[in-house]
Design a protein. Structure first.
Lengths: 117, 110
């Protein structure tokens, strides 16, 4: 039961163009979403996040959009740079029954982004 | 500024052997987590801890044990290694400002 899905295993983009990475989720209890970037032989590093009370969050070249009705979020990278080439993971967390969140993350499978010079 | 440190970085185990994956953080974070990542898959939560002395199971806890005697350390124990435990293991800690992951331990069970 894959609660967070990234249906595109890979994406290839030209330098300077926009990269759009997509993520779908099924658990309506998710209230916080994150994107991580991962280079080979390293741990994931945090990129950007969004709370379910928002539909957009922007940080420099990175923007995350959340469509709650469609249970879909996307990460836009503009302009894309060769150094952005990495695996990108979408992740989500939900509060426990008591309303607290222990920060347990559910990850998608990842999308390999390649930005060509 | 070490962050989250995992040791070892690589290990090959024979079926039935045991080992402990070490994880230490120097940020005084209460929340710590162990994830595993299989090829082509996302990270899956094995165990987590909300503070010293408190641990709980995640999504895939079978075959693993953890302890949290101090805030800094969160070791993951494999008692009887199986080929299905071949994976890359990531430890993470969390503050109100976000998560910090270690660089991972690549474990192969043969």
């Amino acid at each position: 039961d894959q609660q967070v899905k990234q249906n595109s295993p890979s994406l290839s983009v030209q330098e300077g163009r926009i990269s759009i990475l997509n993520c779908d989720y099924t658990n309506s209890m998710f209230d916080y979403f994150l994107w991580y970037k991962k280079y080979p032989a390293e741990g994931p590093t945090f990129l950007i996040s969004i709370s379910s009370i928002k539909d957009k969050n922007e940080d420099g070249r990175f923007t995350v959009f959340l469509n709650k009705s469609a249970k879909h979020l996307s990460l836009h990278i503009v302009p894309s740079q060769p150094g952005d080439s990495a695996v990108y993971f979408c992740a989500a967390s939900a509060p426990n029954a008591g309303g607290t969140s222990y920060g347990k993350l559910t990850f998608g499978q990842g999308t390999i982004l390649t930005v060509h010079p | 500024n070490a962050g989250v440190t995992q040791t070892p970085k690589f290990r090959i185990l024979k079926i039935g052997q045991s080992m402990t994956l070490q994880c230490t953080q120097d940020m005084n974070h209460n929340y710590m987590y162990w994830y595993r990542q299989d090829p082509g898959m996302g990270l899956k939560l094995i165990y987590y801890s909300v503070g010293a002395g408190i641990t709980d199971k995640g999504e895939v806890p079978n075959g693993y044990n953890v302890s949290r005697s101090t805030t800094e350390d969160f070791p993951l124990r494999l008692e009887l290694a199986a080929p299905s435990q071949t994976s890359v293991y990531f430890c993470a800690s969390r503050s109100n400002y976000g998560y910090t992951f270690g660089s991972g331990t690549r474990l192969t069970v043969v």
